[in-house]
Design a protein around this ligand. Structure first.
Ligand SMILES: NC(=O)c1ccc[n+]([C@@H]2O[C@H](COP(=O)([O-])OP(=O)(O)OC[C@H]3O[C@@H](n4cnc5c(N)ncnc54)[C@H](O)[C@@H]3O)[C@@H](O)[C@H]2O)c1
Length: 385
């Protein structure tokens, strides 16, 4: 019975940033390390050893000291060339990603990366080609598909709960402070298109894998992008012009005739249970899923409201839905995907969410921006390598 433990050395670039630090380092890699690695089917374990990579030496040193990490580097190029590194992970600002991923794959590293993989479809496809030729395992964050709310929603779809699925409507957003009074809760580059910002490039790649992972492939897109807040204040309190879209109103037609409509906005106040919610309606039932919770209403429990503006509403509509149980211990979504990716690396097989899926996300963002600029509906062509 084998009981050996193999260790994968992971260069983590961008760990001083919001996503890199909180979701990937703190919530994924550190707990995986603390639990003694990932258990494989053959009874052996694969342990992780993070090497922190970034531009700010003081911050990296501080993280190493605080979390007991042995190595760090401010030289991403030499880390990528270091033969002892197995995996390169990237959570840098979007604009720096494509080049780093390309050199890491060319150096034979497996890669795991935040989305979007690139700012343009051409670059995203090129990355997918490099991955294919390099024969490495490449994974891109599809975190929403691992979250409890969407796992439950997917289960309802797989079980045929909805009958014929008609539509999905999604609401994503919250108020991101302008930064003049209270500091903004998101980085300022998100609001400058020249720095890779914008809600369409940020969110449409999520919506692409959510739609294709749960309901079906996207065939057309109609979008309207808006910059509702034209002036914001950055991390140093300096006023800047917000050149990127902060809101997007999108309609997506799916391969099976389902119509999906998703609003994304950093200029909206929340009157919902979660920051993102998706409602799916079908002939036999409906469900509303957030990141964690999912409620459903079957055809046989559907009330029969009658439109009458002269009378106050008496039906407690929200109480007429039943919570869908998890029936499993659903861990942090980022950690679950990391664990699956690490198993794939050891098994030398492709990860189920690779760079082609990432490219389709970038494609949807690019077409969304184009649709908005031209004021028309666009087809989403199949990507081939
Ligand atoms: N999966 C998700 O749900 C999700 C959510 C938010 C952001 N993201 C993605 O994660 C990535 C990082 O976003 P974030 O919100 O953590 O950003 P952030 O600004 O907090 O972090 C960016 C990181 O990149 C580094 N960096 C390297 N070069 C830089 C440069 N020239 N200017 C500024 N920073 C530079 C920073 O030091 C920092 O470590 C983005 O690509 C974003 O699209 C994903």
């Amino acid at each position: 019975m084998p009981n050996s433990t193999r260790t994968l050395r992971i260069a983590m670039n961008g760990v001083t940033g919001r996503m890199g630090f909180r979701q990937h380092f703190l919530r994924s890699i550190l707990p995986i390390r603390e639990q003694g690695g990932v258990l494989l089917d053959d009874g052996t374990r694969v342990q992780v050893e993070p090497i922190l990579v970034g531009r700010n030496e003081a911050k990296l040193q501080e993280l190493c000291a605080q979390y007991g990490i042995a190595e760090y580097s401010t030289d991403a190029t030499s880390i990528i060339d270091d033969a002892s590194i197995d995996i390169y992970f990237d959570a840098q600002v979007t604009s720096r990603r494509a080049e780093a991923l390309a050199s890491a794959m060319k150096a034979g590293k497996h890669i795991f990366t935040e989305k979007p993989t690139a700012e343009t479809l051409t670059e995203a496809i090129e990355l997918a080609r490099i991955a294919e030729n390099a024969g490495i395992t490449a994974g891109v964050v599809h975190d929403k598909l691992y979250l409890p709310g969407l796992v439950k929603l997917k289960r309802l779809v797989d079980e045929g709960f909805f009958g014929r699925i008609l539509s999905l409507r999604g609401e994503f957003g919250y108020w991101v402070f302008e930064g003049d009074g209270q500091p903004a809760q998101r980085p300022s580059w998100n609001y400058r298109s020249e720095d890779g910002g914008g809600i369409i490039i940020d969110m449409f790649c999520h919506w692409n894998y959510v739609l294709e992972g749960i309901l079906g492939k996207v065939e057309t897109v109609t979008a309207k992008a808006a910059t509702h807040i034209p002036t914001r204040w950055d991390e140093e309190g300096r006023e800047y012009a917000a050149t990127a879209d902060d809101s997007a109103y999108g309609i997506f037609e799916l391969e099976n005739g389902v119509v999906a409509q998703i609003n994304s906005s950093w200029a909206v106040r929340v009157f919902r249970d979660e920051l993102v919610e998706f409602q799916v309606d079908g002939t036999h039932g409906s469900a509303v899923a957030g990141l964690r919770k999912c409620v459903a209403q079957h055809r046989s429990h559907t009330p029969k409201p009658v439109w009458n503006p002269d009378l106050p509403v008496t039906e407690p509509f929200r109480d007429q839905w039943l919570e869908v149980p998890a029936n499993a211990d659903l861990d942090n979504g980022f950690k679950l995907q990391w664990e699956e990716f690490l198993r794939d690396v050891v098994a030398e097989r492709p990860h189920r969410y690779g760079l082609l899926s990432a490219a389709r996300g970038v494609q949807l963002a690019e077409l969304g921006l184009k649709s908005s600029a031209e004021g028309r509906r666009l087809d989403v062509p199949e990507i081939t390598l």
